[in-house]
Write a protein that binds this ligand. Structure first.
Ligand SMILES: *[C@@H]1O[C@H](CO)[C@@H](O)[C@H](O)[C@H]1NC(C)=O
Ligand SMILES: *[C@@H]1O[C@H](CO)[C@@H](O)[C@H](O)[C@H]1NC(C)=O
Ligand SMILES: *[C@@H]1O[C@H](CO)[C@@H](O)[C@H](O)[C@H]1NC(C)=O
Ligand SMILES: *[C@@H]1O[C@H](CO)[C@@H](O)[C@H](O)[C@H]1NC(C)=O
Length: 306
């Protein structure tokens, strides 16, 4: 009798512990801030585009921006072709006419509703949310290149059926390719201070290339609009650009996180042959951008106005 009682007590306690552990686990998974990093579409994209194991390491100061092996590597592994024009967009807000926070409109006021231009957008996010270039693509038949480092944003962007090249990579802050540890954080993710190989949730190693290398891979030297929004690395990215070899006609550059300050950024770009056209500012840090126009383009526009 006594033994039986003990066994019953034991079974009841075990059941109790089991239930408690189970409830605790379900609470933990429901509240798991990292659950978005456990979804299949994300993990598939991550292992496909961000797996560098089978590759030769073409990084560092000895690899020039126009190294033919580097250009081939970008073409093979880091550029997805545009969706076909007959393929419908898959947007969350298809009725929103202009997703940008004023940048698209400002650029178009300069370029005069130009059709079939070419853009580069760096920090492309999911290709829709506050996209600076979707408007050009949808309504003026432009194409371009969308560069996004964060694999979660990139996986979302793939779904949107943009009619532009997509690259799961980051723009290098050095005039040569580098590998970085990228801190994921939707619209405010950025290159972290950790060395590549840092293994924490929400950090991922990402391959970066200089802007010039992407353009060589695309056989292109003219860019009608370059949108740069990379949460603080803007000036470093611009320092890598051989402006004399390229024809970048207009740019929007976020200035608010540049550590050297907005005036240093402005002076640098002006010295490269640009005039500051305007600033696009929206509350709550939704936009803090300089709009630059290449001096020759600016002169052309002014002579047309006369
Ligand atoms: C990366 O790719 C290699 C083959 O190139 C494969 O063996 C490995 O499992 C992949 N790693 C991940 C995390 O998917
Ligand atoms: C859009 O541009 C592409 C080339 O990029 C061209 O083939 C197509 O005919 C254009 N579509 C329209 C509607 O102008
Ligand atoms: C459209 O996007 C959603 C995610 O927003 C995705 O689940 C769906 O598969 C996409 N559809 C197509 C046809 O790509
Ligand atoms: C660029 O040119 C190379 C060599 O001619 C070609 O293989 C490649 O498909 C071209 N790429 C694009 C995006 O036009």
């Amino acid at each position: 009798m006594h033994l039986r009682k003990k066994i019953v007590m034991l079974v009841v306690s075990l059941l109790f512990i089991f239930v408690v552990v189970h409830i605790h686990q379900s609470i933990v998974t429901d509240d798991d801030p990292y659950s978005i990093y456990k979804q299949k579409y994300y993990l598939d994209g991550l292992s496909h585009w961000y797996n560098y194991s089978g590759e030769s390491d073409l990084n560092g100061p000895t690899v020039s921006m126009d190294n033919p092996k580097l250009i081939t590597k970008i073409r093979k592994k880091f550029l997805l072709s545009p969706s076909l024009h007959i393929e419908p967009y898959n947007l969350s807000f298809p009725l929103l006419y202009d997703t940008s926070m004023g940048q698209s409109e400002m650029i178009l006021s300069i370029l005069g509703d130009q059709k079939e231009g070419f853009f580069v957008e760096c920090g492309a996010l999911d290709g829709e949310t506050r996209s600076n270039t979707l408007h050009f693509e949808r309504h003026l038949n432009w194409s371009g290149l969308l560069v996004e480092a964060d694999p979660l944003n990139f996986a979302k962007m793939e779904n949107k059926k943009r009619k532009a090249y997509l690259s799961p990579s980051c723009m290098s802050t050095k005039p040569y390719p580098i590998m970085v540890s990228f801190k994921q954080d939707f619209n405010v993710g950025k290159i972290s201070d950790y060395p590549p190989g840092y293994k924490e949730f929400g950090y991922v190693d990402v391959q970066c290339f200089p802007l010039y290398s992407y353009l060589l891979a695309l056989n292109r030297t003219t860019v009608d609009y370059f949108s740069l929004d990379v949460e603080g690395s803007e000036l470093d990215v611009l320092r890598t650009v051989p402006f004399e070899k390229l024809d970048i006609r207009t740019m929007s550059v976020e200035f608010v996180h540049v550590k050297e300050g907005k005036n240093v950024l402005r002076k640098f770009v002006e010295r490269k042959g640009y005039v500051l056209h305007s600033e696009v500012i929206r509350e709550n840090n939704l936009a803090n951008d300089f709009i630059f126009v290449k001096s020759s383009v600016d002169a052309e526009i002014n002579s047309r106005l006369l």
